[in-house]
Design a protein around this ligand. Structure first.
Ligand SMILES: C[S@@+](CC[C@H](N)C(=O)[O-])C[C@H]1O[C@@H](n2cnc3c(N)ncnc32)[C@H](O)[C@@H]1O
Length: 450
């Protein structure tokens, strides 16, 4: 549903490519396999032997891909000669219709026709269109033709590869073919000199790709189209997960813990999703508060019994040597006791340390702190880490916690993301169940949509 607009956007790319893919063209040598390939190679070798008997001896079994391709094209070139001349004529007529005549000299024309014939083998429509365009813009076309033809003459005279002019795009096909011819001639000479030299040295790889390269995008573009679709799908899934995470997070902060418990009982996957979201958020923090708590506890005796209220993935238990009771609404780890931390299955005054790390989430925070007071031994330690933006008035919060039977030992407000508080249990709560403790009303920690 979400993907529709972008799919539609991507569609023309694929449609535009289709004619290129379906255009008939000689299969590249790598696609011809098995006996057919062997047969083809044998024919080509025979042909080459015939043609090279006047030039240089051919080296058996040394055919590079390029060589095979060249050999393949040689006979075709002759068979297509007539067609190419005809197509050249047709093109000439078209040029006359569309604009001023293409002023090729007769020799140039023959040369061009030969080259066009070669291009006819490849069957590049876009090249044909280029030529049409150039016929409409004859000045540019003629300039480039003149330039290239003189280059061809020069190159054949100097026996060096013809250089292409960056401005001239018209003579590209002839330029490609001539370079090829020159390369092949060089190759044959080298073979003649040194039988065992590889057929195609790295420095012989053309700087400019052959005509076939125009078809490369038709192969790679569907891939990139699929990659784009895949990326889009991933992005959409990520957005959906993000939205669900924000919804769950808001539920946890805005409902009593009993409702949160029901939520995760009914949809255990929601718990995983919530935690994935939480983990990715906390990764961006300079310091995970649970690591800071673990560091503090490592300075205390490892014999102290710890209760981790809202333990998540048990990171605290994994970071210290102390025995840790892990409580959460659902389980991400076998060490977790699944329960609402407003009521944990522990004896009264049975633990030394109670930890709430970013877990004072429900609207019944008082219940959690009273439960911690119940299970803590007298003089026991209560550690609380909470997102700093949740506090409207820290003193109010500390005052409310004190009324529940705790004394503030330390407060660390230095971190940009969270506040840390240490309390010591002084005794049972000093206020009755009906007393209002407004300081315990913390702001929900809501994540913004990115
Ligand atoms: C933000 S996560 C923090 C997890 C872990 N303390 C940490 O710092 O990595 C808060 C955790 O508290 C749990 N939690 C919230 N309310 C709870 C409740 N009433 N009982 C048990 N766990 C609760 C949530 O399920 C969640 O796993």
């Amino acid at each position: 549903m979400f993907e529709e607009p972008e799919w539609a956007e991507a569609a023309p790319v694929a449609t535009g490519l289709r004619p290129v893919i379906s255009r008939p063209r000689p299969a590249p040598p790598s696609q011809i396999k098995g006996p057919k390939r062997r047969q083809l190679l044998a024919t080509l070798r025979a042909l080459e032997a015939a043609s090279l008997s006047q030039q240089a001896p051919s080296l058996p079994d040394s055919d590079s891909e390029e060589e095979v391709e060249r050999k393949k094209k040689q006979p075709k070139r002759t068979s297509f000669a007539r067609a190419s001349v005809e197509s050249g004529d047709r093109r000439k007529k078209k040029c006359r219709k569309q604009g001023p005549p293409c002023r090729d000299s007769e020799g140039e024309e023959v040369e061009r026709k030969k080259k066009v014939g070669k291009r006819g083998l490849v069957g590049s429509d876009s090249a044909e269109e280029q030529r049409k365009r150039k016929c409409q813009n004859p000045a540019q076309h003629l300039n480039s033709v003149d330039q290239t033809d003189s280059q061809i003459q020069k190159s054949s005279a100097t026996n060096g590869p013809p250089k292409s002019s960056p401005e001239s795009s018209c003579p590209k096909p002839s330029h490609t073919l001539t370079r090829k011819q020159w390369r092949n001639r060089q190759k044959n000479k080298r073979r003649h000199k040194n039988k065992f030299r590889p057929a195609q040295a790295p420095d012989q790889v053309p700087a400019e790709a052959p005509t076939e390269e125009t078809e490369v995008p038709s192969v790679s573009k569907p891939d990139s189209h699929e990659a784009r679709a895949e990326a889009l799908r991933a992005r959409m899934a990520q957005r959906l997960d993000g939205a669900r995470f924000r919804y769950l997070n808001e539920q946890l902060y805005s409902t009593p813990s009993s409702a949160a418990q029901r939520l995760f009982q009914e949809d255990p996957e929601a718990f995983l999703l919530y935690h994935r979201g939480f983990q990715s958020q906390v990764k961006k923090w300079p310091l995970h508060p649970v690591d800071r708590i673990a560091r503090d506890l490592r300075h205390r005796p490892a014999s102290l019994v710890v209760a981790d209220f809202g333990c998540g993935d048990c990171r605290l238990a994994s970071s210290i040597r102390n025995p840790v009771h892990c409580f959460d609404l659902a389980s991400l780890d076998p060490r977790v006791t699944v329960c609402d931390m407003a009521q944990v299955p522990l004896e009264d005054e049975s633990v030394d340390v109670a930890v709430f790390c970013l877990s004072l989430m429900g609207t019944n925070i008082r219940d959690f702190l009273e439960e911690a007071n119940r299970v803590l031994k007298p003089g026991g330690l209560l550690k609380v880490a909470e997102v700093s933006s949740r506090f409207e008035d820290v003193r109010n919060f500390l005052g409310a916690v004190s009324k529940l039977g705790f004394k503030v030992i330390s407060k660390d407000l230095s971190n940009s993301h969270f506040f840390l508080f240490d309390f010591q249990k002084t005794g049972p709560p000093r206020v009755g169940p009906k007393a209002q403790l407004s300081g315990l009303k913390l702001q929900p920690c809501l994540y913004k949509r990115r």
